[in-house]
Design a protein. Sequence first.
Length: 280
Amino acid sequence: MKKLFGLVCCLTASTAFAQADVKQPQLIKKSTIHASITVGYGGIENPVLDADDVTSPILPSFAYYGDNWYFDDFSVGYSLYETENFYVDLLGRFNDDGFFFELDGVDKLYATGVIRSSSGRPTLPTASPINLTPIERDLSYMAGLSSAVNVYDGMWLSAAYVHDVTNVHNGYEIMFNGYHVFELFSGTAGLEAGVNYKNEELIDYYYTVNPSESKTRLLSYNLESATNYYLKVSYEYPISDSFSLDFKLKHTWLDSNLANSHMINKNGYFSGFTGITYHF
């Protein structure tokens, strides 16, 4: 259940503040509950070293958009100002970095001592600490402001600032993206591109390896803020009033400084899901 919870959160994180795709009246009608479940295959690549990828055969979704407030899976918001082509919202959402540690037993890192050095060379041998500390990172919930403007028919530009309100790392994120929805082959296609800035406090908390967490002495490596980029494509083809064929695929490019850190083993990762969706 925890892995499914994280899968839903991570797959919906990029649209938590870019509400253009769900506020359009042809996709979501206000003041009604929208629930669906997709049966197929999907998941998230876990970029943390030696952590398992997350996969699932089902992906549930639950959303409600009222006149002023909404929740969309695990994101919540309140409309401060809204017109047909512009809005400003209060926004709350989970930080996705924490799920990389919640969804897998990352204790394998300190137990086997395989954390790589920043230079790519083997880590330097040293005496093991008497009491090794498991690598554990808490989930954080972020809250702040989001805004978007419709620059063209079906094309939105959005921005958001969210800060940790759970006193986990006291960091913040700044997000920008562009989203375009259009009809294609009797279905609805979407293209989304975005950038996500994570400040040094957030990055340092999740991706710094403390001396007591490793059996080997690591070469010094200073983490800084990180700017990640992503591209997402989606397609929904209606089969009937209750069923549709859905496809979502997202690739995230990690900041080069983050990708070369002790705890990361790749430059980016994929997430997505495809299958048949039943709309309740």
